[in-house]
Design a binder for this molecule. Structure first.
Ligand code: SF4
Length: 362
């Protein structure tokens, strides 16, 4: 649930009503002039150096004023920007303070001293930050940035699953809404899913909502996995045939894939892991040519830091992640919109599930 700066009141998940908006608490700033001045060109030149491989010089004068004013306003507000690995390079390298996968962002949100968090990612990620940091103001530049996995299941579905499988512990992927997190025993990410499942010491575990992540975990463990039929609309579009065609064209290519991909895709991969683990693999292996089977922007972001590696990008973009853009981030910092608001009781229940995961990891 979000609360815009213009809203007189907002209904939070669980039915609470708040009359206080972030704009009321922090005030609205003047909207900046977005001219590309020599001062802005000079101030943003070091940032452009990081993205010049993926952003043509002709486009930089459009991005640079936003980058400059976002960073200025971020400092004035005492805010931090968290950006997921799937954000575009001008966000990832230009304005983010912390980048990473879902687990890394959740952990950093909890550690941060900043009072205001701007979450550049999809809505469940902003909810997760709010769950872990209830006292902080969490803003998302576009509250309609959803996720096909998070949309596939509700808290009520979890309650029905528990009735159908009494006594079986329930693990929820972090790609779920707060009301789902509130109903489960523990959360997981694609980084730690196997560890989380095995930590429960149960013969049987319900793992939701991603059928493919669950199938991948099931292939690595003796624990029986009961799953849900959710899928990531980006990763389920890859096919094993597509990857075989790349390998036939160049047998030296290394293929690394995200565990949200279907089993026939993972069967073709040389390595399977979360976005953070894929980045670690590229840094360690330093392959000549790598096919990164995940959302398209991640290869752009990693390519900036691995100039010797040739990246092949079978380009599937996440339409939800791409709703987050520089102009919306600037609006967020000017108008203090849109705030994530959660019912405190539901958030407290969800926090137990997320903290259990975070504590396990550390
Ligand atoms: S890439 Fe897939 S899992 Fe990630 S936010 Fe987009 S739809 Fe959801």
């Amino acid at each position: 649930m979000v609360q815009g700066s213009s809203a007189a009141a907002a209904i939070g998940t669980g039915g609470n009503v708040s009359l206080d908006t972030a704009a009321d608490r922090y005030g609205v700033k003047p909207y900046p002039d977005l001219a590309y001045t020599p001062e802005i060109a000079e101030a943003t030149a070091p940032i452009y150096e990081k993205v010049r491989h993926v952003i043509p010089a002709i486009e930089w004068p459009v991005h640079a004023p936003y980058v400059y004013h976002i960073n200025r306003l971020k400092a004035e507000r005492g805010a931090i920007i968290l950006a997921h690995n799937y954000q575009t390079p001008e966000i990832y390298h230009g304005v983010a303070d912390i980048v990473g996968d879902s687990l890394q962002l959740a952990q950093e949100a909890a550690k941060s001293q900043a009072e205001i968090i701007v979450q550049c990612g999809v809505h469940f990620m902003a909810e997760t930050s709010k769950i872990l940091c209830p006292e902080k103001t969490v803003l998302i530049p576009d509250s309609h940035a959803g996720c096909s996995l998070a949309a596939s299941i509700t808290g009520e579905d979890v309650r029905l699953l528990r009735e159908a499988h009494p006594g079986v512990p329930v693990v929820a992927y972090v790609n779920t809404t707060a009301d789902v997190k509130a109903e489960v025993d523990i959360c997981c990410t694609s980084s730690n899913a196997l560890e989380v499942v095995e930590s429960l010491g149960a013969k049987e575990v319900i793992m939701l909502p991603d059928q493919y992540l669950a199938a991948w975990v099931a292939s690595q463990t003796d624990v029986k996995i009961i799953t849900w039929n959710g899928a990531c609309e980006v990763h389920e579009r890859f096919t094993g045939d597509e990857l075989r065609a790349y390998r036939e064209a160049d047998p030296s290519i290394r293929i690394i894939a995200h565990p949200e991909c279907p089993p026939d895709v993972l069967a073709e991969a040389d390595f399977t892991g979360s976005t953070a683990k894929m980045i670690g693999w590229v840094q360690k292996e330093n392959p000549g040519k790598v096919l990164m089977v995940t959302e398209c922007s991640m290869a752009d972001n990693v390519a900036s830091e691995a100039p010797d590696v040739e990246f092949v990008r079978p380009c599937n973009l996440c339409p939800h992640m791409k709703r987050i853009q520089l102009p919306k981030i600037l609006d967020t910092l000017v108008y203090m919109s849109e705030e994530v608001v959660l019912d405190p009781m539901m958030a407290a229940k969800a926090r137990r599930s997320v903290e259990r995961m975070v504590n396990l990891k550390s």
